[in-house]
Design a protein around this ligand. Structure first.
Ligand SMILES: NC(=O)c1ccc[n+]([C@@H]2O[C@H](COP(=O)([O-])OP(=O)(O)OC[C@H]3O[C@@H](n4cnc5c(N)ncnc54)[C@H](O)[C@@H]3O)[C@@H](O)[C@H]2O)c1
Length: 321
């Protein structure tokens, strides 16, 4: 695997949730890691394990700044592009910012790679590129995003494909579904816990609770990402990265309350769509990634328990007493 990635790897968005886990894994494989982050949504504490590591180089910089990016690309053999504006809601409020970061940011990374002769680029795309699609959704399904975030990711995927075709870069787009685990400070699991920390007697949940999503634990997403980098077809191909199982928000609420030992919390579902652009039912067809040998190691129940434990260790115990 390391032969294909080379010896020095760049992780953009390294101080974020997935980027920081990925950087740690790459270091544990013996690869040198350069990380770039502007800390707009990154956390210093996500990099605690790498702080004293001589083979980890942090560039505090912006992927929209060509100078920062070319500095980050120095001596690099492969790139994992994780930096993004990753909120669907924010992409509705500020579509231009979302496009700049997610699409132009991707183009900047590809252009920098082309100029620096970096062959391999793995791109963190998103299941939102499909919009509301029949499930399980295969990679070949037409991309009809219903959010600006999904649209900016779909456009970025298109550039990965054109750069492979025009310049022979080895690229793949990883369509991540809902990823969760320690250091995830956004998304439905985090929001539910934040609300319960404020008031554990009453929980108001966005939507009907019947929204059904695929959840994948963060270490599994790293496994899948590395599998694509080592054994995938890197010609602008897309890969669905999910568990292949979906769960309703109601199920998720039940697990979380059980984990916290809360049995008398009044749960109120607000009804309607959770937020504009939210896809109500997601489930990937995972045949393609499973053919590479992928099988998730952490199930939904176990992963939720780990997440609840991590949350309480960071933000304090949630207790009904
Ligand atoms: N977490 C999920 O459930 C999920 C699902 C689908 C796709 N993704 C994609 O995976 C990738 C990683 O997601 P995440 O959850 O770790 O997000 P995150 O927001 O935690 O991490 C993104 C990182 O990028 C950094 N960043 C933002 N703008 C930057 C810029 N201009 N220059 C340099 N750094 C910048 C942020 O500071 C942050 O540290 C993103 O591309 C996201 O769109 C995530």
């Amino acid at each position: 695997m390391t032969k294909k990635l080379g010896s020095q790897v760049l992780v953009t968005g390294v101080a974020g949730f997935i980027g920081s886990h990925l950087a740690e894994r790459l270091r544990s494989m013996g690869l040198g890691v350069t990380g770039i982050d502007n800390f707009s949504n990154g956390y210093e504490e996500n990099l605690t394990a790498l702080k004293e590591d001589m083979d980890f180089k942090l560039i505090r910089g912006d992927i929209l700044n060509p100078n920062d990016l070319s500095k980050a690309c120095e001596g690099v053999d492969s790139i994992f592009h994780m930096a993004a504006q990753s909120s669907v809601a924010r992409s509705t409020e500020d579509p231009i910012h979302d496009f700049e970061l997610n699409t132009i940011g991707m183009l900047n990374v590809l252009e920098c790679a082309r100029k620096a002769d970096i062959e391999t680029i793995l791109f963190a795309s998103s299941s939102t590129v499909y919009g509301e699609a029949p499930v399980p959704t295969p990679e070949e399904h037409p991309l009809r995003p219903i959010s600006n975030y999904g649209a900016s990711k779909a456009a970025a995927e298109a550039y990965c494909h054109s750069y492979s075709s025009l310049y022979g870069l080895r690229t793949a787009s990883l369509r991540y579904y809902n990823i969760y685990g320690p250091r995830s400070r956004k998304g439905v699991m985090f929001d539910l816990l934040q609300k319960l920390r404020k008031d554990c007697h009453r929980l108001e949940v966005l939507g009907t609770g019947e929204q059904k999503k695929d959840y994948l634990y963060v270490e599994d997403v790293i496994d899948a990402t590395l599998l694509v980098s080592s054994s995938g077809k890197l010609k602008g191909e897309a890969y669905n990265i999910g568990s292949g199982e979906s769960h309703t928000v109601k199920e998720l609420v039940d697990h979380i309350l059980r984990n916290l030992g809360l049995n008398s919390t009044k749960v109120i579902f607000r009804g309607g769509v959770s937020w504009a652009g939210d896809v109500q039912n997601t489930l990937p067809d995972t045949t393609k990634i499973r053919k590479l040998g992928f099988a998730p190691k952490t199930g939904f129940k176990e992963g939720t328990s780990i997440f609840v434990k991590w949350y309480q260790s960071e933000y304090g115990k949630i207790s009904g007493r």
